[in-house]
Each structure stands twice: as structure tokens, then as C-alpha cells.
Design a protein around this ligand. Structure first.
Ligand code: FAD
Length: 348
């Protein structure tokens, strides 16, 4: 997708160049690793790792200068008629549009306005996740490091592009209806659950309250029979979030945006036809991309000591037959669509 959009040089300049993923014990000793080369550069860690913010900036920079952005606002009402849609915003004045595309992520406000409450579409997978930027006493040496503690608890660190910082995450099995904006209750959850976890967990618990990019999610898939309606379409996580466990969320978002744009261009003004085609093309692709990898949350965050001990072998097994043949299809799913060749005009 990035090649087709003419953004290869811009993204290459921001790649993280990670060396692979490795597991560490409670003392930070490495006991298993999967280098980036293990699946020809397309495995759990790929040759094309880019931070979400860096990718977003690259895409925004490529948008032609006559496109108008309205930052720090949100859609609060949609009123569709035969000729267009009247959109109400939280702060800006009400406006008319031909088409509304909701690309506002897992907790999409556009989805709530146009299609219904989150409970109709969100399917929690039983993993609560927090991530933020931290400074820890640990040299990653460009590796993604992960520590599994009993009880389905995971601490992980990934390289950042800013010297001296890392991208940290804490994950915990289970699901709850903790409010998305109630940070104190989220911090308390991790304080309580990770108090006895080793490695860098104490440093992360100490820093999480000061992180200015703290984010929390009760991971869920978005499953919708229809993610378009009249002149409204959803794209990316808003419509078909597969969860980070699949490693395919960004791919689906980019492919979805490409197909939607291409079909709108192809339909020559017939918006309704374009949206129907977009949904038809994406549906079979989503069916396989939304399947969780073998083991799902239990594979990512095993609960028992025995399961953690056996996972110590998993990186070794993944490099060899027959396990290699079982996991390889997960990494190949990104290419599971025959992309139409739209003559899109691209970056300025
Ligand atoms: C910890 C973690 C690790 C991940 N790792 C990977 C990975 O390795 N590979 C991969 O492919 N994917 C990964 N993903 C998933 C990936 O980040 C998402 O699938 C992808 O970002 C979806 O893009 P999107 O544009 O649909 O939504 P988002 O990236 O969520 O963007 C939505 C945007 O809408 C804005 N927004 C939200 N609500 C409103 C509102 N009401 N009004 C206005 N704006 C709003 C948000 O601020 C945000 O900027 C990971 C996700 C997480 C959480």
C-alpha cells in the first residue's frame, strides 16, 4: 500500500529497524528469541516496523494542501437525506457533506451515531492492555523484549525512535467495563496486578502516572455485518478492528482506505454503489484477517507457570517444521487480497 501511495521513501526514513522479539525472565535474562529474518522479514517483528504516530504523520504530510483539517473536534450527530448528510460537531458549526467516512478507531463516535451502541459490535477478547513511553534501566539493543509472569500478565518493551526512551506495554488477561477515560482506575488495576512482577515492572508502575501518552484498552474486535450505510462508511478499526494480536490492524486500515477511495473514484459520483463495492471487496479479506493467531490471548499471556515454561520453547519451535508451517499462514494473511489496480492520484 505504501508503495502504491508513493510513500516508501518517507516511511523508510522513519523505520525502527528492530532485530526481532525475545523473551526475558523476571531478572531480565533472555531465554528465547525470534529474529526478524525468521519469516523472511514478515514475522511477529518485520523489517517494516513504524510507530503509529510516525505513520500517521507521514500520511497527513502527503495530503494535498487544499484539503481542510479540523483538529480537536468530533462528530456528534449525522442526519442523512437523499442529497447529502448534515453533520453536527462538538464545537464547529453544523455543515453539509456528500459523504461521511468514520476512521476514528475502536471507540468510533461516527459508528455510535450512525450504526448503534458499542455493545452491538465490540467483542472483547479478554485482554486489557496499556501502553506508554518510558525510560528504563535496560538496553534493548533494538530488540522487542517481552516478559510473561504467571496469572496472564505481560510486560514488554519495544524500541523507540527517541534516544533513551522505550515503548512500554502492560497486558493482563480478563475483561471489564472500566471507563475508557478513568485513568486512576486503570492505573490502580495495573498497580494491584503487577505489584509482584519482576524485570522492569516496578519502573513502569512508577512512571505510568507521569506518561503523557498513556493509553488503555480492553482489547476487542469490531464485528459488523454492514459497515456502510447510505452515504456513511467506516474504515479501519472503527469498522473491523482485528486487535493487535493479529498484527494486521494497520494493514486493514490502509487497504480499506485504498479500496474505498478507488471505488469512489470508479463509481463516478454514484456514492451508494461505491460503498457497496467497498464492503463486497473487503468482506472475504476480513474474514481471514480477523481470525486470531493460534492460542489467541492465552498464547500471548499464558496463566500457569507450566504454560509459560512451555512457551519458552515456542520461538525455537516457530523456526522449525511443523510449527513453522502452522504459524506462517498468520503472517501471510496481509497479502490475502487481490488488490484492484485503481489509477489513484497520490502524494503532492
Ligand atoms: C499496543 C498496540 C499495538 C499494535 N501493534 C500493531 C502492529 O504491530 N501492527 C499492526 O498492523 N497494527 C497494530 N496495532 C493496531 C493498529 O494500531 C490499529 O489497527 C490501527 O492504528 C487502526 O488505524 P485506524 O486509523 O483505523 O484507527 P486509529 O489508529 O485508532 O486512529 C483513529 C483516530 O481517530 C481519532 N478519534 C477517535 N475518536 C474520535 C472522535 N470521537 N472524534 C475525532 N477523532 C477521533 C483518534 O484520536 C485517532 O487519531 C496495534 C495496536 C495497539 C493498541
Amino acid at each position: 500500500m505504501i508503495d502504491r501511495l508513493g510513500l516508501t521513501a518517507a516511511t523508510d526514513a522513519r523505520l525502527l529497524h528492530q532485530r526481532g522479539i525475545a523473551s526475558v525472565d523476571a531478572h531480565g535474562r533472555r531465554y528465547g528469541s525470534l529474529p526478524v529474518e525468521a519469516f523472511d522479514g514478515n514475522g511477529i517483528v518485520s523489517t517494516h516496523e513504524i510507530l503509529r504516530g510516525d505513520l500517521a504523520e507521514t500520511l497527513v504530510d502527503a495530503v494535498p494542501s487544499d484539503v481542510r483539517f479540523r483538529w480537536d473536534d468530533t462528530v456528534v450527530g449525522l442526519d442523512e437525506d437523499a442529497d447529502g448528510i448534515t453533520v453536527s460537531f462538538e464545537t464547529a458549526a453544523t455543515s453539509r457533506f456528500d459523504l461521511v467516512i468514520g476512521a476514528d478507531g475502536l471507540s468510533s463516535g461516527v459508528r455510535r451515531c450512525a450504526f448503534g451502541p458499542d455493545t452491538d459490535f465490540l467483542q472483547p477478547i479478554g485482554l486489557r492492555f496499556a501502553w506508554f513511553t518510558a525510560t528504563v534501566d535496560c538496553d534493548l539493543d533494538r530488540w522487542y523484549l517481552m516478559h510473561n509472569a504467571p496469572g496472564g500478565r505481560v510486560v514488554s518493551l519495544r524500541p523507540s525512535r527517541t534516544d533513551g526512551t522505550v515503548k512500554a506495554s502492560l497486558a493482563l488477561r480478563g475483561s471489564d467495563d472500566r471507563p475508557r477515560h478513568d485513568r486512576e482506575s486503570q492505573w490502580q488495576l495495573f498497580d494491584d496486578a503487577f505489584a509482584d512482577v519482576g524485570w522492569v515492572a516496578p519502573q513502569l508502575l512508577q512512571q505510568m502516572r507521569q506518561a503523557d501518552d498513556w493509553a488503555y484498552a480492553d482489547l476487542a474486535q469490531v464485528r459488523m455485518n454492514a459497515f456502510t450505510s447510505g452515504r456513511i462508511a467506516l474504515v479501519g478499526d472503527a469498522a473491523y478492528c482485528p486487535t493487535p494480536l493479529t498484527g494486521l490492524g494497520t494493514t486493514l486500515a490502509l487497504v480499506g482506505a485504498y479500496v474505498l477511495a478507488g471505488e469512489i473514484q470508479r463509481a463516478d459520483g454514484d456514492v451508494a454503489r461505491a460503498l457497496v463495492r467497498y464492503q463486497q471487496i473487503m468482506t472475504p479479506y476480513l474474514a481471514q484477517a480477523q481470525q486470531l493467531p493460534p492460542g489467541g490471548p492465552a498464547g500471548y499471556a499464558p496463566k500457569s507457570r507450566a504454560a509459560i515454561a512451555s512457551s519458552r520453547l515456542s520461538y525455537w519451535a516457530m523456526k522449525h517444521w511443523p510449527v513453522r508451517n502452522l504459524v506462517a499462514p498468520q503472517f501471510a494473511k496481509a497479502d490475502g487480497i487481490d488488490l484492484p489496480d485503481y489509477p489513484l492520484t497520490t502524494a503532492k
